[in-house]
Design a protein around this ligand. Structure first.
Ligand code: XLS
Ligand code: CA
Ligand code: CA
Length: 441
């Protein structure tokens, strides 16, 4: 059990059921309840994001921080260790079984790479100590290859070989640390892997270099025995004008071209999907259809804003559609639901952080319950099966099996003369109404 009290007004949060008015209770997330053959805790694999939860203090482009996250520390390294203690206290109080981190969230950067590695090692020891007391593991680790000025033109796609080498060395260390902390997976989010202008950019060369970068990392991770997979997190833009990992379909093409599809999956973030002009559900469906669904950065954006707001997810319609996809994918094989989300700048108290997590966890737990209800109800699955039924028999079956040739199809179509009679309604509004029936009855 954790001994610190950084979140002293946050009690141990328990499941009290949908009717409770206790704000520090779960209404839908019941960690020990069995769903789909697992406890809810194991099914949802909730994860805390180190950066938003323990580092971000509300600073934005127009104003300074609003939240106190110094945890009473006396210097930088003390702060890094206090964050570990606070993080473990928080995860224990909310029954969050995983966390995700960037190397530089855990420990500050030193003057040299060697010094940075030493600082990181010191904090890793503190995490290992806490892990003996509190059951919290790493869902994925990642190297921050976007904050330092050396990465202004990219890391794995930097036009400067020295920067590329430095970034690879940073990733090597971060893979080691992730594995040392019992981490399952390793993630790449290419914040600066893209371009501002094509006038100075060789796209083909940069992408080939990125493939070499990921291949080296993959080989090293496998050599050390990384138990899970590598994730790529698509995002179309921000901070760069164009990011190479634009969306799931783009990432899939890149993985196939570079023979990386066996070791890599996508980590889909709701807010990144909408920035790419897709829905969250679209990105999940494309990943599942191509066998690369991996993990989720659970948040939501604001559709009226064109940037990545990383809000806590509370839209149950969206979480239900998401969990429908997760159910269809057979659950999480390696990943989970990582809250890449932060309380709003005006929600500045430590209690707000807990209330935000409770809201997000309940939204996904309710989404899971509703997704199971929808599947049991069967209305959507039946409509889908009916829609494609013509491929089960006759000419449709011959098309799917590969038996039908182009000549066969011509003969068939000429005999029919016209086929408009076989076209049926898509019944979109009916399906939306059925979805509401299950969600709100
Ligand atoms: C930024 C990304 C980032 C990744 C991890 O937009 O969401 O936080 O999840 O580097
Ligand atoms: Ca993210
Ligand atoms: Ca984000």
């Amino acid at each position: 059990m954790s001994t610190t009290q950084f979140f002293k007004n946050v009690p141990y949060v328990k499941y009290e059921g949908p009717k409770t008015r206790n704000p520090f209770a779960f209404r839908y997330y019941n960690p020990d309840e069995i769903v789909e053959g697992k406890t809810m805790k194991e099914y949802l694999n909730f994860s805390l994001s180190w950066w938003h939860t323990l580092c971000a203090d509300g600073t934005d482009m127009f104003g300074r921080g609003t939240m106190h996250k110094d945890f009473g520390a006396k210097d930088e390294m003390d702060l890094a260790k206090k964050k570990v203690q606070a993080g473990f206290e928080f995860m224990e109080k909310l029954s969050i079984p995983y966390f995700c981190f960037h190397d530089r969230d855990l420990a500050p950067e030193g003057k040299t790479l060697g010094e940075s590695n030493e600082k990181l090692d010191e904090v890793v020891e503190e995490i290992l100590k806490q892990q003996k007391k509190v059951d919290a593991k790493v869902l994925w680790g990642t190297a921050n290859l976007f904050n330092h000025p050396r990465y202004m033109h990219g890391a794995g796609t930097s036009p400067f070989a020295d920067v590329y080498a430095f970034a690879m060395a940073q990733v090597k260390k971060c893979i080691e640390v992730t594995i040392k902390l019992g981490g399952r997976n390793y993630l790449f989010w290419g914040g600066r892997e893209g371009y501002e202008t094509l006038l100075n950019t060789d796209i083909g060369f940069e992408l080939d270099n990125m493939a070499r970068f990921l291949t080296m990392a993959r080989d090293y991770g496998r050599k050390l025995g990384l138990p899970g997979v590598f994730f790529i997190e698509p995002k179309p833009k921000e901070p760069t004008k164009h990011q190479y990992d634009f969306d799931t379909a783009t990432v899939y093409g890149f993985l196939l071209k570079n023979h990386l599809e066996k070791d890599f999956r996508v980590n889909i973030e709701a807010n990144h999907a909408t920035l790419a002009g897709h829905t969250f559900q679209h990105e999940l469906a494309v990943a599942r259809a191509n066998g690369i669904f991996g993990s989720i950065d659970a948040n939501q954006g604001d559709l009226l804003l064109g940037w990545d707001t990383d809000q806590f997810p509370t839209n149950v319609y969206e979480t239900t559609l998401c969990m429908c996809e997760v159910l269809k994918a057979g659950g999480f094989q390696y990943g989970g639901l990582n809250f890449d989300a932060k309380a709003r700048r005006g929600s500045f108290t430590p209690e707000d952080i807990a209330l935000s997590y409770i809201a997000g966890m309940d939204a996904f737990a309710l989404g899971l319950r509703k997704a199971i209800e929808l599947r049991e109800d069967g209305v959507l699955d039946k409509a889908l099966a009916d829609r494609y039924a013509s491929f089960q028999t006759g000419i449709g079956k011959d098309i799917v099996s590969g038996k039908a040739t182009i000549e066969d199809l011509e003969k068939y179509a000429l005999e029919k003369g016209e086929v408009l009679d076989s076209v049926k309604s898509g019944r979109q509004e009916y399906l939306e109404n059925e979805m509401n029936r299950v969600l709100f009855s």
